[in-house]
Design a protein around this ligand. Structure first.
Ligand code: GLN
Length: 250
């Protein structure tokens, strides 16, 4: 299924959801298509503008508590992201983006705020009883063993978040994986992220797709069908060095 038209990669509200260089994920996806002789177009959607419903892949990055409230409100005003996903589009949502596409998350003032409701998860400062102090902010390298059915190698990234995320009753997806180093969702199951249809949520920054090209190719395969392999020994060597550092930290 090679399509003549360019694959449209939407970068949603980069001013609000772009604190951690997650915009790099758009560049990685576009470049991996171009290296294969395929066309790609990055569609930046500035905050305040309507999210187009005709893109193939939607990217949401990390952000601080208040900007992510604005992002959630902006996306809830029109339901184009939900429509695009029901029409077959893929989503990668990182950290604040992951929290925003869930049902609820904590705003900067501690109040619980409504998310976009694309996936059945909720985020809180803590899932402990009120008399137990909330856990410390999760900051540092994170290494995740992906759920086996995804067919992915070990995932590497960086996390920096206060929120903890868990599935709600009715959740239909699977965890992105099990945390080997770091915190991730911060649940007793020690999982990070979710995969629900073609929607991926995760706490891995990095930008995660630069560190994990197989994850980039999984997203591309979802919207494109099978793709030719790409990475040679040089690319594999660079990643191996970066990953050794993450493991040594853990
Ligand atoms: N503001 C959110 C939190 O602290 C998300 C942080 C982020 O995107 N890195 O949990």
């Amino acid at each position: 299924m090679i399509r003549p038209s360019a694959t449209r990669i939407a970068l949603i509200y980069p001013e609000l959801l772009g604190t951690y260089g997650d915009g790099g994920n758009a560049i990685v996806l576009a470049q991996r298509l171009r290296w294969r002789g395929l066309r790609a177009e990055i569609v930046e959607v500035p905050a305040g503008e309507v999210v187009p419903a005709d893109c193939d892949i939607y990217l949401l990055g990390g952000g601080e508590d208040e900007p992510q409230v604005l992002a959630a409100d902006g996306m809830r005003r029109n339901r184009s992201l939900l429509r695009a996903v029901s029409g077959g589009a893929a989503v990668l949502a990182v950290c604040a983006g992951y929290q925003v596409i869930g049902a609820t998350f904590p705003a900067g003032n501690g109040q619980i705020h409504d998310g976009v409701n694309l996936i059945d998860v909720e985020t809180r400062r803590s899932f402990e009883p009120p008399d137990v102090p909330p856990p410390p902010r999760a900051v540092g390298d994170i290494v995740v063993e992906p759920s086996p059915q995804l067919g992915l190698p070990t995932l590497y990234g960086y996390e920096n978040h206060g929120g903890r995320t868990r599935p709600l009753p009715g959740f239909r997806g699977i965890p992105l994986g099990t945390v080997r180093v770091g915190v991730g969702d911060g649940t007793p199951a020690r999982t990070d992220g979710v995969v629900d249809g073609k929607v991926i949520g995760t706490y891995l920054h990095g930008p995660v797709l630069a560190q994990n090209p197989a994850l980039a190719d999984l997203l591309l395969t979802w919207v494109h069908g099978p793709l030719a392999p790409l990475d040679g020994p040089r690319e594999v060597g660079i990643l191996r060095d970066a990953r050794a550092h993450a493991l040594a930290e853990g």
